[in-house]
Design a protein around this ligand. Structure first.
Ligand SMILES: CC(=O)CC(=O)SCCNC(=O)CCNC(=O)[C@H](O)C(C)(C)COP(=O)(O)OP(=O)(O)OC[C@H]1O[C@@H](n2cnc3c(N)ncnc32)[C@H](O)[C@@H]1OP(=O)(O)O
Ligand SMILES: NC(=O)C1=CN([C@@H]2O[C@H](COP(=O)(O)OP(=O)(O)OC[C@H]3O[C@@H](n4cnc5c(N)ncnc54)[C@H](OP(=O)(O)O)[C@@H]3O)[C@@H](O)[C@H]2O)C=CC1
Length: 281
């Protein structure tokens, strides 16, 4: 495998492109508009500069890593990809469109993977004529820091494709863990209801934002509180995942009305400058 195309240059796509380039792969970073690709590229540049300041990376290595990343605003560029990692927004309609187009554009050998945080891999695979070459590759946020990749087979995913993705995850410095194709997989089936429950405690006036986060940080040794973590993930993404859990697993996964309200207000967390906390632009 030589060339990896990453679709979606948001916080996840940017992070995935960075670790793939650091692992020595040629990377095509794609988004729908040039300004989004440039924004993703800029964050990678900043992350690498920070690593240089900390003495963890040599200055010349940064240029080499960046030179491996090509910017793209057309899906047609997937024609030269051996692997695609899709990290566009958490929306089945958009993913369906992307996968059906990729299936036409990509050569036969290309593996199509998705970083979806909750949507069924089998359903995404069914939008292609190569379901055996479709797989879930679920990175955690922030990608350069977090070790886990959940690897999720669809019903038809081949053993060869699974093994390739497992090996690639290791080459990217990650630890792959195999999980089954079910709503939210493992990570988000366990994590996101906790965040939703924290929003309910706020909604019901049980404690303030800071108090809720302090309880979980100081009481459970979590590196950040659940509301701050919701802001980091993106409240639109948290809501989308809760909706998938609710639909697939029943009423106990009902999204908190306050979460819906924040998303409707455009308070999406760090990426929009406001969520449960306020952030500098
Ligand atoms: C929704 C899904 O589908 C699945 C998910 O991803 S769920 C979310 C999973 N992620 C988590 O749970 C994250 C929980 N939080 C944490 O682990 C930590 O708070 C954190 C790593 C985000 C920040 O750690 P911290 O100690 O508070 O801050 P800080 O000292 O600034 O950063 C620690 C390191 O991470 C790096 N870092 C922090 N944020 C970063 C980012 N966005 N990109 C790259 N590197 C980052 C820092 O540079 C620093 O690196 P060094 O160790 O090399 O110095
Ligand atoms: N946030 C998280 O903690 C995690 C998220 N994920 C998953 O990763 C994926 C991306 O999430 P995240 O990076 O947080 O989201 P972001 O909103 O940060 O980024 C998504 C990017 O995809 C772009 N995009 C939208 N539609 C298309 C399209 N048709 N083609 C190409 N690019 C498109 C968006 O552009 P625009 O800005 O115009 O919408 C945006 O730049 C989602 O599936 C999410 O569930 C997985 C693990 C963790």
């Amino acid at each position: 495998m030589k060339t990896i195309m990453v679709i979606g240059a948001g916080q996840m796509g940017g992070g995935i492109a960075q670790v793939a380039a650091q692992a020595g792969y040629s990377v095509i970073l794609n988004d729908i508009k040039e300004e989004f690709v440039n924004r993703g590229f800029g964050i990678i540049d900043k992350n690498l500069s920070r690593s240089i300041e900390k003495g963890k990376l040599k200055a010349e290595e940064k240029d080499l890593i960046l030179s491996r990343i090509t910017k793209s605003i057309t899906l047609q560029d997937a024609v030269s990809a051996d692997l695609v990692i899709e990290a566009a927004i958490e929306n089945m309609g958009i993913k369906a469109q992307i996968f059906s187009q990729l299936d036409v554009i990509c050569p036969e050998h290309t593996i199509l993977s998705t970083n979806t945080s909750s949507l069924p891999i089998t359903e995404i695979a069914a939008f292609t004529k190569r379901p055996d070459r479709v797989i879930g590759m679920h990175f955690m946020n922030p990608v350069p820091v977090m070790k886990l990749v959940e690897v999720i087979r669809g019903l038809a995913t081949s053993d060869e494709v699974y093994k390739t993705i497992e090996d690639l995850s290791l080459k990217m410095g990650k630890t792959p863990v195999e999980v089954n194709d079910a709503p939210g997989f493992v990570a988000n089936r366990v994590l996101i209801p906790m965040i939703n429950e924290a929003v309910y405690t706020l909604y019901e006036g049980i404690a303030s934002v800071e108090a809720i986060d302090n309880v979980m940080k100081l009481g459970m040794n979590h590196p950040m509180g659940p509301l701050a973590l919701g802001d980091l993930i993106g409240l639109d993404t948290v809501l989308s995942i809760m909706e998938v859990l609710h639909e697939g697993l029943g009423d106990k996964y009902r999204p908190c009305p306050l979460l819906r309200k924040y998303v409707k207000a455009g308070w999406l967390g760090r990426k929009s400058g406001r969520g449960f906390y306020k952030y500098d632009a």
